[in-house]
Design a protein around this ligand. Structure first.
Ligand code: AMP
Length: 400
């Protein structure tokens, strides 16, 4: 048990660190901020203390160590320094936890070594997460550093949902299987959806659609994930801002053999130049809607491809779950883009799914139902809060 009540949440990317300091007595934010363009000439730190004016620094920040040092200075200036005895833990978002990490985990040398062993399956994410943890540990070696894994919530998937139908020896030798990502968000949103329905998570089956710049769907039965759309990497599944989601794997052989592209070029094409951006040049749903309103055909096609894929996953997860109590939309697109929500369930009345046009048009920051009164399946907008979920998980671990 600890009497300290604060948790610092760090989300370290390759050139950025996002952070939030939370007060776990009520989940409120004491400070939030971001350091971006680390290692580039024009780095920027944006810091906002609760109830205070936002501050900005634009001096170059050489690496993650310097970035965390600058964050520590900003927090100290608000009387929230990292040396405070109020700090109970630092919670780190770690993208890939493989099969081993099914729960939030206090970081030890052995845990770090295992996260490092997973770099080949998460080359874009785990290295930055590791640097973030190492740096935070050096700053406060006495404090529990808790790793919260994006994959953890999906480790309950049954083997038949996690397996790709490829040669088992080859798959196992290279740890190729479906891991799923955005797990912290799927966990939080599925639980909040049950709460919105006034029911216990163990009683409800929920389809969660996390539609941000990255996007994934999950089927959650009684609080446990039974299927999710992302796989070995976050490339599989739904159409995303810049990622293709599902394609025939033979597309990659074709690009290699016929178009003469290198593996790295294909990787870049599918991860960064595909999805909405590949289809129409824009990955922001607001801009796509503006273009559609102006009669733009490519934007229309991009929207239709996006929605068609969503529908296929909704239908598939209705079948996987058998009984669906709720469909929850979350993240940037899911929380804000009413036309996407409307189009995604259009024509699915046979599955018990419908949205009420007036409720769907309401703009609000809170969880809300958008299905017509008495609908068989509740359709909901449930804002995600990955930082709060990471902080809660880290805090409950150090408070056991
Ligand atoms: P996220 O990754 O969850 O931050 O989501 C970012 C994406 O949300 C952006 O790329 C936009 O496509 C989308 N988005 C954010 N705000 C809106 C809005 N008001 N209307 C439609 N889409 C939005």
């Amino acid at each position: 048990m600890t009497s300290a009540t604060r948790v610092l949440v760090l989300n370290s990317g390759s050139s950025s660190v996002k952070y939030q300091l939370l007060d776990m007595r009520d989940g409120s934010r004491l400070a939030v901020g971001l350091v971006e363009r680390i290692g580039e000439g024009a780095s920027r730190l944006a810091h906002t203390p609760a109830g205070g004016a936002p501050r900005e620094r634009t001096a170059p920040v050489a690496g993650h160590e310097a970035a965390l040092g600058a964050v520590a200075e900003e927090l100290a200036a608000d009387g929230l320094g990292l040396d405070s005895p109020e700090l109970a833990a630092i919670g780190h978002r770690v993208v890939h936890g493989g099969l081993r990490f099914t729960e939030p985990t206090v970081v030890t040398d052995e845990v770090l070594a295992e996260v490092e062993r997973l770099v080949p399956v998460a080359p874009l994410h785990n290295p930055a997460n590791i640097v973030g943890i190492r740096t935070a540990r050096a700053l406060r070696p006495d404090l529990p550093q808790v790793a919260v894994f994006d994959t953890a919530f999906h480790t309950t998937m049954p083997e038949y949902a996690a397996r790709y139908a490829i040669d088992v020896e080859t798959a196992d030798a290279h740890r190729i299987r479906r891991y799923g990502f955005h797990g912290t968000s799927h966990a939080y949103v599925s639980r909040e959806t049950a709460r919105l329905l006034g029911r216990d998570p163990s009683e409800v089956n929920v389809i969660v659609l996390h539609l941000g710049n990255g996007a994934s769907a999950s089927a959650v039965a009684g609080g446990r994930c039974v299927d999710t759309s992302m796989g070995l990497t976050p490339l599989e599944g739904l159409v995303m801002g810049t990622r293709s989601g599902d394609v025939d794997p033979a597309v990659t052989f074709h690009l290699r053999r016929v178009a003469g592209m290198s593996v790295d070029e294909i990787d870049e094409l599918l991860n960064r130049r595909s999805g909405l951006v590949g289809l129409c040049g824009d990955n922001d749903m607001r801009e796509i809607r503006r273009r559609i309103d102006g009669g733009d055909e490519r934007a229309r096609l991009a929207f239709d491809v996006y929605v068609h894929r969503l529908k296929k996953y909704i239908g598939a997860y209705c079948a996987v779950l058998g009984r669906v109590d709720a469909l929850a939309f979350t993240a940037g697109v899911g929380e804000n883009a009413a036309p996407v929500r409307e189009a995604a369930v259009e024509g699915l009345e046979g599955l018990g799914l419908a949205v009420d046009a007036e409720l769907n048009a309401v703009r609000s920051g809170g969880p809300r139902l958008i299905s017509p009164a008495g609908a068989r399946v509740a359709v909901a907008v449930v804002p995600t809060d990955e930082e709060l979920e990471i902080a809660r998980q880290a805090y409950s671990l150090v408070n056991r």
